[in-house]
Design a protein around this ligand. Structure first.
Ligand SMILES: NC(=O)c1ccc[n+]([C@@H]2O[C@H](COP(=O)([O-])OP(=O)(O)OC[C@H]3O[C@@H](n4cnc5c(N)ncnc54)[C@H](O)[C@@H]3O)[C@@H](O)[C@H]2O)c1
Length: 719
């Protein structure tokens, strides 16, 4: 077997350990790699090396972290096995920590590799944009297990370390240097020369820390009152971000606090505490669910066609400069594409171009882009009213009116001016891609590329395959969306595709319960306590009541009686409410578009629109429901439709469906998705509950054949 690590002893007696995992784009720390690393360190020791430089043989990757496949396998074993894996890695890193060692970091450096670097006596990093350092373990539901929770706070202070650990976010080399994670910035080509000097005694050029920052650090890390205040503040921030649904951040905080308050000679007990926390957390259902999402995301990046010989889209056209068109155009220009944005109306075009500019201005304001970079990117956008300007486009995304005849007409117009083959991608939310392709010169090049609103915030894009869409078109559209930084899910050409189809029964059911008398506030509360980012009524307002009503009606047409709009819907439609964008919906909004509220017992009570409340009161049957019953009604309505999507093969795998719901509507990641939710409950029980609800609450709960079979055979979605 090819080795992952090479060892070289230079003539100056300083060893170079180069990690270069064979047949892999990135370095991963598996058990075997860790054993090899251990052997190399032992070799350096046995040869009395004066120092050790650890670097990577990969072009732009120091290391992507521990091998998550191995962690996943350990999750199904007793927690002691996770504990042992943590201890084993720590022992290797402890050897590095006891020697004159230096990590030379270029490219991505994540998780276990950051822990390796932290164990070294020194760290240098290249100033390259690709150098990103972080400890993202929390996103998988556990704390770093190879020492970062102990070493990082001692190196840069509890406050900054906890920020990095509890968010799992990366920092670039410049930020890492300022924080003190990195001792010196060095060009990659000078790594070995500079490392040799540092290991031979030259002091690295560390960043100076402003006096106010070092005083603050001293107060938090070294005084009991500072520690207590920091602990209180951090606990509050964690709760606000996680609502108590994620156990890892509070556990990380406990270790961080111990790390700063324990003397150097007693640190072993803190390292051990970290291993215990890692083992406990990695074996929780929350962590399994998060790891599962990680793999679903990896899976979603695979394409069904190898595009290495295909012409990749370079020039992008966007039709319609409205809400979606402007967002898509900005996303493409942001990633460096030349973009033509066309509308039929000068005022609409101007507004769209202004929206794009506003999005770039926002990035500059937030410090995420320099003014000159924003200017450069904005200049890639050309607004036009003429198809003639689009003759060079390789892909055109249409975001015009949601009307088949209009979509067909714009496609035909484009085919007149673009003489080469090009991809016609529709952003439709409900129309059939196969219908839209009929009569096209290149039916195989028509595909759905369904972005979510607002485009710059929503991470999902559904790639919709029509009857004639070729695998090449599907793959090119998927790769294009990924280039815009989106997560993609491939769906069949069925009404509502996946996300809207599964979301609609949930929103519909919230309205049905409210119309039967369940207080809207109780429904909102039950959804929030389940872990949804907002309640169904707030979501209806966010989506826009006009759009939501249109989606439910379209799904009723496409999928039949189980999607029939609730009786009150027509009356709510008559109020002509738009939701948040119109400052009035199911809730009331202020001028800034925030929900209006009153304070009661120090808590906010958001104000519902009395006109909507009056409609619900008129229909009320005085129905009472507990939070658990409301949750069953809401989430089992989703579950029934999700199972149908799988049965009809609208989406290929439960993991992709779950990914779509998490990234498309913010379904709680700690639950793992709607299929994971059924698995946790037990598919047989989900089936039983659905059968009961189908009798007492409505047709939409009728379980499909697939669920019945799975229940009979005691199967789960994730075997
Ligand atoms: N708004 C959403 O939340 C959302 C989400 C996903 C998908 N969609 C879909 O995206 C599409 C656009 O929706 P929107 O909300 O951006 O609409 P919008 O009304 O904000 O914008 C539509 C724009 O298209 C322009 N237009 C109309 N006919 C045109 C033509 N022939 N050529 C060029 N431009 C033309 C209009 O002038 C308008 O500026 C629809 O298919 C919609 O279903 C919308």
């Amino acid at each position: 077997m090819k080795k992952a690590i090479s060892f070289e002893l230079q003539s100056n007696n300083i060893a170079i350990i180069t990690i270069d995992l064979p047949d892999s784009k990135v370095n991963l720390l598996s058990r075997d790699t860790m054993l090899e690393l251990d052997q190399c360190i032992e070799e350096a020791k046995s040869k009395n090396a004066k120092g050790i430089i650890v670097c990577s043989g990969k072009e732009d990757n120091f290391g992507a972290g521990a091998d998550v496949q191995q962690i996943r396998a350990l999750q199904n074993e007793p927690p002691e096995h996770c504990y042992e894996a943590s201890k084993m890695g720590k022992e290797v890193f402890a050897k590095l920590a006891s020697l004159n060692s230096l990590a030379a970091v270029h490219g991505t450096c994540l998780g276990g590799f950051t822990e390796l670097a932290l164990a070294c006596k020194y760290r240098i990093a290249s100033p390259d944009k690709k150098t990103q350092i972080g400890v993202p373990e929390i996103q998988l539901g556990f704390v770093p297990g190879w020492g970062a929770t102990v070493r990082l706070p001692r190196l840069i202070g509890a406050e900054q370390a906890f920020k990095l650990i509890s968010t799992g976010k990366n920092v670039d080399a410049k930020k890492a240097y300022k924080l003190g994670v990195v001792d010196q910035i060095v060009e990659k080509d000078n790594f070995i020369a500079e490392a040799n000097e540092i290991l031979s005694g030259k002091e690295p050029k560390r960043a100076s820390v402003p006096i106010d920052k070092s005083l603050r650090r001293f107060f938090i890390d070294k005084t009991p009152i500072g520690q207590a205040l920091f602990a209180k503040m951090a606990k509050g921030a964690v709760y606000a971000a996680t609502k108590g649904k994620y156990p890892a951040p509070p556990e990380a905080l406990k270790v961080v606090l111990k790390a700063i308050s324990t003397d150097e000679d007693k640190l072993d007990s803190v390292f051990d505490k970290e291993s215990q926390a890692f083992a406990k957390l990695a074996t929780t259902p929350v962590s399994s669910n998060l790891v599962n999402i990680f793999f679903a995301q990896t899976e979603s990046k695979k394409t069904n066609f190898d595009t290495k010989n295909s012409e990749k889209p370079k020039v992008i056209g966007v039709l319609g400069a409205g809400v979606m068109g402007a967002g898509i155009a900005q996303a493409a220009a942001y990633k460096g594409f030349e973009v033509y944005l066309k509308d039929i109306d000068q005022a609409a075009l101007d507004k769209g171009v202004q929206t794009v500019k506003g999005l770039f201005d926002n990035l500059v304001e937030k410090g995420r882009m320099s003014e000159s970079e924003a200017k450069e990117k904005f200049a890639l956008l050309k607004g036009t009213l003429s198809y003639n300007d689009m003759s060079n486009c390789d892909i055109v995304i249409e975001a015009v009116l949601e009307k088949l005849s209009v979509k067909e007409a714009v496609r035909a117009e484009l085919e007149k001016v673009i003489t080469k083959p090009f991809i016609f991608a529709s952003n439709t939310s409900s129309l059939s891609i196969s219908e839209m392709a009929k009569g096209s010169r290149h039916e195989d090049k028509v595909v759905g590329v369904h972005f979510f609103n607002p485009v710059h915030k929503m991470p999902l894009v559904e790639i919709v395959r029509g009857d004639k869409t070729s695998s090449e078109t599907e793959a090119l559209a998927q790769e294009f969306a990924m280039k815009l930084g989106k997560t993609t899910v491939i769906t069949g050409d069925a009404p509502g595709f996946v996300v809207n189809r599964i979301l609609a029964p949930y929103m519909r059911e919230a309205i049905v319960m409210a119309q039967d008398g369940v207080p809207m506030a109780d429904i909102e509360k039950a959804a929030l306590s389940f872990g949804m980012p907002m309640g169904p009524f707030a979501l209806l307002d966010e989506v826009g009541l006009d759009i939501a009503s249109h989606v439910i009606k379209t799904l009723h047409q496409g999928l039949g009686e189980r999607m029939v709009p609730p009786a009150v819907m027509a009356e709510i439609d008559n109020l002509k409410l738009l939701g948040r964008k119109g400052k009035k919906g199911i809730y009331l909004y202020n001028e800034k578009g925030d929900r209006q509220f009153v304070k009661e017992k120090k808590k906010k009570r958001y104000l519902f629109n009395p006109d909507v409340e009056a409609i619900m009161a008129k229909h009320s049957k005085g129905l009472k429901k507990t939070a658990g019953e409301i949750q069953d009604r809401l989430f089992l309505a989703m579950a029934a439709e999700a199972a149908r999507c799988l049965e009809e093969k609208v989406v290929t795998a439960p993991s992709q469906l779950d990914l779509a719901m998490i990234f498309g509507i913010g379904f709680p990641p700690f639950v793992g998705g709607i299929c994971r939710y059924m698995d946790s409950m037990g598919v047989a029980l989900a089936y039983q509950k659905l059968s009961y609800l189908a009798q007492v609450a409505g047709l939409n709960y009728e379980p499909c054949k697939l669920l019945e079979e799975m229940a009979m055979q005691r199967k789960s979605f994730y075997q």
